[in-house]
Design a protein around this ligand. Structure first.
Ligand code: PLP
Length: 447
């Protein structure tokens, strides 16, 4: 089928995520047709370096034979097995066990989902259930962080603190509350790490006091805020927030949907942050985006309390595809890759990426460079001294994205003039250098 007719079919029938539907119809879809390693080829044969690993997920790179083999083998052996009726499949059981080995502390129990949004949604339900089980049903208020993203399910979208996910949807709900972000580049308290941490601690304490600790069920944070513009907290921020939650008997959820599976270096950023949260949510890199899968990690205490609270009664939470054997088989093959060099390569490539992005700091448009591992951003300004953002136009991001695309590079261009980077962890040094060269070219054309 020719690309032109695909564009027409797309326009007529396919509803895209997070798109201006009319804007998308006018622009027309760009069809991707194949990919290998970190290179994607479009329907017209144009080759592009994928500096965003699809949507921060293709950590292993495209066309990894071991992942393809794992999926193919599992498809022919046992294409589906439910976890209902006391049934299960070997890949789901083995993946849960191996993930538990890698997860921080006593996060020994894994509930599989289809992706990140339903992982977050599942935590909300588990947390409510837990508090009922311990006789504190009044603990039903949830706190998250401005600029945070926790998916777009009906409940999770309200923990998300990006207005586009709220407008017109009737969220957040009245049980969902926010504290200011740690966003260092544009923080009213300044950019000093200790000061930012102190301000966040004070905000969280104030919010808890306002709601009453006895009402607060849980606090959600990403180790690095991704969709909010790759906002990296000062070292120690997660630990400080975790300590406040512990002090007030509030459950702590680390949303590692992006940061999990090597994106920041280790398998879980929480380990590097030195915390054992009550829950971790993960997805994306778990299967490297080859097949859908997410997970909720529950601590021993949470799992046992829920289990004992229910006694013999079933716990009414489940999905048809929880623990899908094909996804689990791919997850196991991904773990093999992470354990056998992919994490190490990601660390090497991450250092190179940050070095490269810092080398752009002298560009007249670059106001800020930030990142950890293979998760990074540059923030563009028209006046460095005043940190003047690029003119706020609805399609500003799209225009930078288009320029990068024309230069053979895929990055995420946020409308605030933030360029996000999350390349596959398998990138070579040469590929990282090419990402940087093409970024510089794109910036020069944006001047
Ligand atoms: N949580 C975080 C931190 C995310 O970054 C995302 C997606 O980017 C989600 C949740 C939602 O995941 P999904 O898009 O798989 O539903």
């Amino acid at each position: 089928m020719r690309a032109n007719s695909l564009v027409e079919l797309d326009r007529a029938h396919l509803v895209h995520p997070l798109a201006s539907y009319r804007g998308h119809e006018a622009a027309g879809v760009r069809v991707l047709s194949s990919a290998k390693g970190a290179t994607v080829t479009d329907a017209e044969g144009r080759e592009l370096l994928d500096g965003f690993a699809g949507l921060w997920c293709v950590n292993a790179g495209y066309a990894q034979q071991s992942l393809i083999d794992a999926a193919t083998k599992q498809l022919s052996q046992l294409a589906y097995a439910t976890g209902y009726f006391g049934l299960g499949s070997e890949p789901a059981i083995r993946l849960a066990a191996r993930l538990a080995e890698h997860a921080p502390g006593d996060l020994n129990h894994v509930y599989f989902t289809l992706g990140g949004s339903d992982a977050v949604d599942s935590t909300i339900r588990f947390i409510r259930y837990y508090h009922h089980a311990i006789g504190k049903p009044e603990k039903d208020q949830f706190i998250s962080v401005e600029s945070g993203y926790h998916g777009s399910s009906t409940s999770g979208a309200g923990l998300t603190a990006l207005p586009v996910f709220h407008t017109g949807f009737g969220v957040p709900h009245d049980w969902q509350h926010k504290i200011p972000s740690h966003y260092a580049y544009r923080n009213p308290v300044g950019s000093d790490g200790e000061t930012i941490i102190a301000a966040s601690v004070a905000s969280l304490r104030a919010k808890i006091a306002e709601l009453g600790a006895e009402r607060v069920a849980a606090f959600y944070a990403e180790p690095i805020q991704g969709s909010g513009g790759v906002l990296v907290p000062p070292a120690g921020w997660m630990k400080a927030m975790h300590a406040v939650c512990k002090e007030h008997d509030i459950l702590f959820v680390a949303d590692e949907v992006i940061t999990g599976f090597g994106r920041t270096g280790p398998l879980f950023a929480s380990a590097e942050d030195g915390i054992v949260p009550d829950f971790i949510t993960a997805a994306k890199g778990m299967t490297s985006g080859y097949v859908p899968m997410g997970a909720v990690f529950l601590s021993d205490r949470i799992y046992d309390t829920i289990a004992d609270g229910a006694g013999d009664a079933p716990i009414g939470h489940g999905q048809t595809y929880s623990g899908h054997p094909v996804s689990a088989a791919v997850g196991l093959a991904c773990l093999d890759l992470y354990e056998n060099g992919l994490l190490d390569n990601g660390r090497m490539a991450g250092n190179r990426l940050l070095e490269g992005l810092y080398s752009l700091a002298d560009h007249p448009l670059v106001g800020d460079v930030r990142g950890r591992g293979m998760l990074a951003a540059i923030e563009l300004v028209t006046d460095k001294e005043r940190k003047t953002p690029l003119p706020a136009e609805a399609d500003a991001g799209r225009r930078i994205f288009d320029r990068a695309w024309a230069n053979g590079l895929i990055i995420r261009a946020f409308n605030q003039g933030i360029l996000g980077y999350a390349p596959p962890l398998c990138c070579t040094e040469e590929e990282i250098d090419t990402i940087i060269d093409r970024t510089r070219m794109t910036l020069d054309q944006t001047l």
